[in-house]
Every structure is written in C-alpha cells, then in structure tokens.
Design a protein around this ligand. Structure first.
Ligand code: PLP
Length: 346
C-alpha cells in the first residue's frame, strides 16, 4: 500500500497487472482482468463472449441477486433454473431450459463448491452455449483436479471483503483461457477503448484500483492456508454434527469444496436460529428468497417449477465459519447445535 501511495498511480497500474498475472496463475488459466466488482465481472465476461440483447442466459434460481443483475446488465435475458442437492444448477433442468435463444449458462459455485461442470459443459457443447462460471464464492475450489476459473469459457470472481479472497472494498476479475475474450474484457472495462481516447465499442468504467490490487496480492499468498483452515473447520463440524436431524453439506466426489459458507438445514429454521442465538451463536441465511421471489424480479423467466430452490431458501442456515475460528469455538458451536436439536426437537 505504501508503494502504491509513493508511486502515485492509483487505477490500473503495475499492482493490478501483477495481481492479474498471479491470480490467473492461481486459477490455472493464462488471463485475468481486474474489474470493479463480481457483478461487473459477470456482465463483462458475457459481453466479451458476444452475449447481449435478445440472448437468453440460464442460471441457478437460488443464487443471490447480483448474478442476475450481472446477466441483465449485458442486455441478455436471465432464465432461472432449479438446483440439485449440492445447491448448484441441476444439469437435467438446465437442458430442459434451453431454447432457440439460449446463448450461455452461468453455473454458480454456491457456498464454495463447484457446480457439476462435466454435465454442464456437455450440455453447453451440445447446444452451442458459452459457459461463464460465477465463481464469486469459490476462489480455489476444485472440480476434477482443475480450479474454479478454469472450468468454462470465462469466469467471474468477486473480491468483496467477505469472500474467500477479499479486499478492503469492491473488486472483481474476469478469468479466461481465451486471449481474445481477455482483450475484449480489458477494453470493455475502460470505455471500450482500443487505444487511449479511441473507443472501438461501447464499454463502461469498471476498473480495479491499485490499493485493492496490492492488498489482494498479499492476501492471495494466504488463500491456500485460509481455504485449508475453512476445510478443517468444516470437517470438524461434519464429525461433531453427524447423526443429527440436520441436513449437512456434502462434498462432491473428486471435488474440493472451499466452504465459503457452511450451510445446514434444520426442520424449523426460525426456532433453530432463535435457540442458537439464546446460546450466543449467531447465524445467517444465504439466501432467504430465490431470485424470482424478490419484488424486483417477480416477472423473471422461470424454467418449470423451481421447487428445490424455493425449499432450500426456506430452510438454509449458515453456521459461523471463517479461517480464524478456533477448534474450541467450533466445538462450542457444534455443542450448542446438538443441545438445541436435542432439547426442542426443532
Ligand atoms: C454468487 C455471487 N455472485 C455474484 C456476486 C457479486 O459480487 P460483487 O458483490 O463483488 O458484485 C456475489 C457477491 O456478492 C456472489 O456471492
């Protein structure tokens, strides 16, 4: 940070370039393009792939609003699809949602676990669709030995402060193996400029700043250890909560879940949350309603019934999980959960 301040260059400078190169390497792809947010990364990735007005883009109904906001800002129409028990897009339902206007799919690696990307990619290839991973919650997650970011035509990451890799403000990145997509994303983030003050196409202002890049660069060096800590906390929860009337997260075989969130489903969410709060354990809900149940998105195209997405949004609860949580704190939370479920049978 001191180096950035001394250098006097604050937007899209050497720190951003260095971070982009390191983050691309981390993901296992040649290119990464720093942008202003994860939402913008989705928009810019789609636009860089040639997707826009008149096109349909399918995504998971249980994601948070920014996924859909990012899709719609590209000019495309978002179509919601149901999810499977891993909380990620259900490949069968995805295929049913494809129409003659579908041009892309945005699988969301929700809670830190990659979607079933072999199935998604097979369907995408069959129908000529582009795949843009929403990897905002999945820095370092793996699927079949490859990292999130290397599993589609492009991927969108968020560096919002609470993410597995977070800055001290907003930030995001488009990651891709395709140099043309990367070049176009670079233009789109800066007014579509081909060269200084010559706009080759209509772009926007969505730039990563140097201070964020400097911070993200340093934190990237700790991401592996932080993800390992998240996984070991999750393992402890899974051991200590086994056998209770509580749906626990399951890791996809061959995958590496990075537990951005540890999401469980009790029989009665409100009673469960209140009883835990009384024992000093705070919980959150990610997310309380699927996208089509927000007033702003009530008319959004749905593909068939979104039964699982709706049910999960009514049932999910996130237990405390962050890399600094100590073993005794994890055990105390687990003991409180056991206590609550034993006592009130919620
Ligand atoms: C799944 C998902 N997609 C997209 C986003 C958007 O990221 P940002 O808040 O950086 O715009 C977020 C985070 O908010 C997210 O969790």
């Amino acid at each position: 940070m001191a180096g950035v301040l001394d250098g006097g260059r604050f937007i899209l400078g050497p720190a951003v370039e260095r971070f982009e190169a390191e983050f691309a390497r981390f993901c296992g792809v040649p290119h990464s393009v720093g942008v202003a947010s994860g939402t913008d990364a989705i928009t810019i990735a789609l636009r860089a792939l040639g997707i826009g007005p008149g096109d349909e883009v399918i995504t998971a109904a249980n994601t948070c609003v920014p996924t859909v906001a990012g899709i719609e800002a590209s000019g495309a129409t978002a179509v919601l699809c149901d999810v499977d028990d891993s909380y990620t897009i259900d490949p069968e339902r995805l295929e049913q949602a494809v129409t003659s206007r579908t041009r892309a799919v945005v699988p969301v690696h929700l809670y830190g676990q990659c979607a079933d990307m072999d199935a998604v990619t097979t369907i995408a290839r069959r129908h000529g669709l582009k795949v843009v991973e929403d990897a905002a919650q999945a820095h370092g997650a793996e699927y079949a030995g490859r990292r999130a970011g290397a599993l589609g035509d492009a991927a969108a990451f968020s560096f919002y402060p609470t993410k597995n890799l977070g800055g001290i403000g907003d930030g995001g990145a488009v990651v891709t193996a395709d140099s043309e997509v990367a070049d176009r994303a670079r233009r789109l983030r800066a007014y579509g400029e081909r060269e200084r003050y010559v706009s080759a196409e209509r772009g926007t202002n969505s730039r990563l700043d140097e201070l964020q890049a400097a911070i993200l660069m340093t934190k990237l060096g700790h991401l592996g250890a932080a993800n390992d800590a998240r996984r070991s906390i999750a393992r402890r929860y899974l051991e200590e909560l086994e056998g209770l009337p509580l749906a626990l997260p399951a890791e996809r075989p061959g995958g590496r879940h990075v537990f951005h969130l540890f999401v469980v489903r009790p029989a009665s969410r409100e009673r469960f949350r209140t009883a835990l709060e009384e024992r000093g354990v705070d919980t959150l809900v990610h997310y309380p309603r699927p996208v089509h149940r927000h007033p702003a998105y009530a008319g959004l195209a749905e593909n068939g019934r979104l039964t699982r997405a709706e049910r999960f949004c009514d049932e999910v609860v996130s237990l405390p999980l962050y890399p600094e949580l100590r073993d005794d704190e994890v055990s105390a939370v687990a003991a409180a959960v056991r206590d609550v479920l034993r006592e009130s049978e919620v």
